[in-house]
Design a protein around this ligand. Structure first.
Ligand SMILES: Nc1ncnc2c1ncn2[C@@H]1O[C@H](COP(=O)(O)OP(=O)(O)OP(=O)(O)O)[C@@H](O)[C@H]1O
Length: 279
């Protein structure tokens, strides 16, 4: 469904953020993108929806070459790719419902979106999605009255209202406590299965990646250095991705199972892992 071929990104500063990235993502697959800070994870997902312009290479979604699109055709292509952000990117002064409905902005005309008049069908779907993400009673609340976990649920409902084929998820749990992080990752995973959505999730927490992704891609210095299943991610591979460290790799986590002892870089706080494993 999504194919990247020989994608490179060099920023005007001279930073080679991505070098020769080849990746094919089938429909419905949940891919976790891991790697050290500066490895190029955010750049990669932003190249897919062209928030960042790749310097060279090809990116196709359902056979459409995204790198050559502009104007209306780029806007149309972007509807199929919804983004979920670390900081949620909600409009604080708007209600939960209004924030979710903004997921349809790419579909309604200028005046409708300006006046925030959405089709009845979109409102009904937004109700349904808010119920699905566990916020049926928060419709009229202002976004800034919500907790971080609730805000992320709104962000997820908004993304789904866009009716995407692909979710681009940028550190969805970075600002959340370990239990809420697991709930959010589980929700994303379940929704991907329900809607046959593919997802690329940029995530620092290796234990969460192992537990909730079908596939893990490790980036280091802009290159893919690992592409495999969570079960294949052993200590040697973690060293290849992150560098030398004493890795704890006991306990094979499979999606929706609680790992006995999740993999973690030893420099991560122990509390983050133990609390995450308790739920
Ligand atoms: N707007 C920019 N201008 C110049 N260089 C940038 C820009 N954004 C990122 N870079 C550089 O590109 C490289 C990859 O950055 P990127 O943010 O994609 O990495 P990352 O893996 O997402 O890091 P983190 O996990 O810390 O978010 C880094 O060397 C970074 O300094």
């Amino acid at each position: 469904m999504l194919t990247l071929y020989s994608v490179c990104k060099r920023y005007p500063t001279g930073d080679h953020a991505l070098s020769d990235i080849d990746l094919t993502l089938p429909r419905g697959q949940v891919l976790a993108l891991i790697g050290p800070s500066g490895a190029g994870k955010s750049t990669l997902i932003r190249c897919v929806n062209r928030l960042v312009e790749p310097t060279s290479g090809s990116i196709t979604l359902d056979g459409v070459e995204l790198t050559r699109l502009s104007g209306r055709r780029l806007r149309e292509a972007r509807r199929a790719m919804a983004m979920i952000f670390q900081e949620y990117a909600l409009v604080d002064r708007l209600t939960v419902m209004e924030n979710v409905l903004s997921g349809r902005l790419g579909y309604v005309g200028f005046w409708r979106s300006f006046l925030r008049r959405y089709p009845r069908e979109a409102v009904a779907e937004a109700f349904h999605l808010l119920e699905r993400v566990g916020l049926p009673h928060a419709l009229d609340k202002r976004a800034d009255a919500l907790s971080g976990g609730q805000r992320q649920r709104v962000g997820i409902a908004r993304a789904l209202l866009q009716r995407p084929e692909l979710l681009l998820v940028d550190e969805p749990t970075a600002s959340l406590d370990p239990k809420t992080s697991r709930q959010i990752m589980r929700l994303i995973r379940e929704l991907c299965a329900e809607h046959e959505l593919a997802a690329i999730i940029n995530i620092h927490d290796v234990a969460l990646a192992r537990q909730f992704a079908d596939r893990i891609v490790g980036l280091r210095a802009g290159r893919i250095v690992f592409d495999g299943t969570p079960g294949e991610l052993d200590a040697d591979i973690l060293t290849t991705i992150y560098g030398e460290e004493e890795w704890d790799t006991q306990g094979e986590a499979t999606p929706n199972q609680v790992p006995a002892s999740p993999v973690r870089p030893l420099h991560q706080p122990l509390t983050a892992v133990t609390a995450g494993g308790m739920q």
